[in-house]
Design a protein around this ligand. Structure first.
Ligand code: SF4
Length: 378
């Protein structure tokens, strides 16, 4: 019996999109929803940019985007791509030369709006370069930069104008027999973005890149993204996401994963379930969780850990987690493994012991997965 049959209220029916590729990463169809971020270094500072791409990839980014504002950036891109562990999307906007250069430099995808390039000959040249170099494209419509004729027609940025803009760009690619593209219709207003995404999701089967643009700083941007992207993902829309924060790209990746994790759409690393703590806590929950988050960052295996201050909620939460700890009395607490009480430990040794238990469990899960994959391959 599938999990969905057991708990149908947890099931998300994903919109059926066609599948494209960004380098080796499949986007759309039944591919996992990928997590993206964007560098904020000066692209020509090659070392700094590579270092940022690597940190983002280490945090779990599947794809990283880099701005290519000038020819020097196109040149830098070649070196960056060579050292990147993940495929790179070159953000071109509208300059057709940069598009061709980026394709030649090894970009896996061009973020470019064909309708803004200008004459058809140039559009065809960019499409040819993309095709010759195995690049896909992302059409990126943004409420803040809609074409003037659409603003005149609709009076202001609205979902209909954004969908019309997207369809105009799509038509140009399709008229040139180019179908390896995904599409975004971003806005900083969650209502506008959600309505535009719902509109474009109905109008095309292209894979969809989700984002709430210019979402803000870490806290407000995270919340806006969780509300906007969460609503769309919950309704099945979205094949790849980028959380835009005025913060370190690594934070964008972490928040992106947390949104997907909360909806059961993707799992990576340790999902820590912890209580807010109160006077009943048997140990300092807040500092313990902060320390464990740091100490467990290296674990990539999807698994769960409950850290609960006392027996009010501890045993219940531990029932549903791989490893659990519940605070007790007299400076001790109970460790739970696979939902069952296992052994008591002193609070002082808790961090080391929990880290060891999580590492052991992660190794077991990895070994079991490798064995089942080997069996399936036979
Ligand atoms: S689980 Fe216990 S310590 Fe945590 S918030 Fe609830 S009552 Fe307080």
């Amino acid at each position: 019996m599938s999990l969905h049959a057991v708990r149908p209220w947890r099931h998300i029916e994903r919109r059926k999109s066609r599948q494209i590729h960004v380098g080796p990463v499949a986007v759309g169809g039944d591919a996992p929803i990928s997590v993206q971020t964007m560098t904020n270094t000066v692209t020509t500072d090659i070392r700094a940019t590579i270092e940022q791409v690597q940190r983002a990839a280490e945090a779990g980014a599947d794809i990283v985007r880099i701005s290519i504002p000038d020819e020097a950036s196109s040149k830098a891109l070649k070196e960056i791509v060579a050292e990147s562990p993940v495929p790179i999307v070159a953000d071109i906007h509208f300059h057709y030369r940069r598009g061709i250069e980026a394709a030649e430099a090894g970009a896996a995808c061009l973020r470019i709006n064909p309708g803004n390039i200008g004459d058809e000959k140039r559009v065809r040249e960019v499409i040819k370069a993309a095709r010759d170099h195995g690049c896909s494209m992302r059409i990126g419509v943004n409420a803040g930069s809609l074409e003037k004729h659409l603003l005149d027609k609709y009076g202001e940025p609205c979902p209909e104008a954004m969908v019309e803009s997207a369809l105009d760009h799509i038509r140009i690619l399709e008229d040139n027999d180019f179908f390896e593209f995904k599409i975004s219709v971003k806005a900083s207003d969650v209502f506008l973005a959600a309505a535009a995404y719902q509109g474009i999701a109905e109008a095309t089967d292209a894979p969809i890149h989700l984002g709430i643009t210019e979402a803000g700083g870490f806290v407000s941007g995270t919340i806006k993204s969780a509300v906007g992207l969460g609503n769309l993902l919950w309704s099945g829309i979205g094949d790849t996401i980028r959380v835009s924060l005025s913060a370190d790209p690594v934070e964008e990746v972490k928040v992106g994963y947390e949104i997907l994790k909360s909806l059961g759409l993707r799992h990576r690393g340790v999902n820590i379930i912890s209580c807010p703590s109160c006077a009943r806590q048997g140990f300092d929950v807040i500092s313990t969780v902060a320390e464990l988050e740091k100490r467990l960052e290296h674990i990539k295996t999807p698994m769960s850990l409950s850290i609960i201050g006392c027996v009010v909620n501890g045993p219940g939460e531990a029932l549903m987690t791989d490893v659990g700890f519940t605070g007790g009395g007299a400076g001790h607490g109970m460790v739970y493994l696979a939902g069952k009480q296992d052994h008591r430990i002193a609070n002082e040794e808790m961090i080391e012991r929990i880290v060891a238990e999580v590492e052991k469990k992660a190794a077991e899960i990895d070994a079991a997965r490798a064995a089942s994959e080997a069996e399936a391959a036979e």
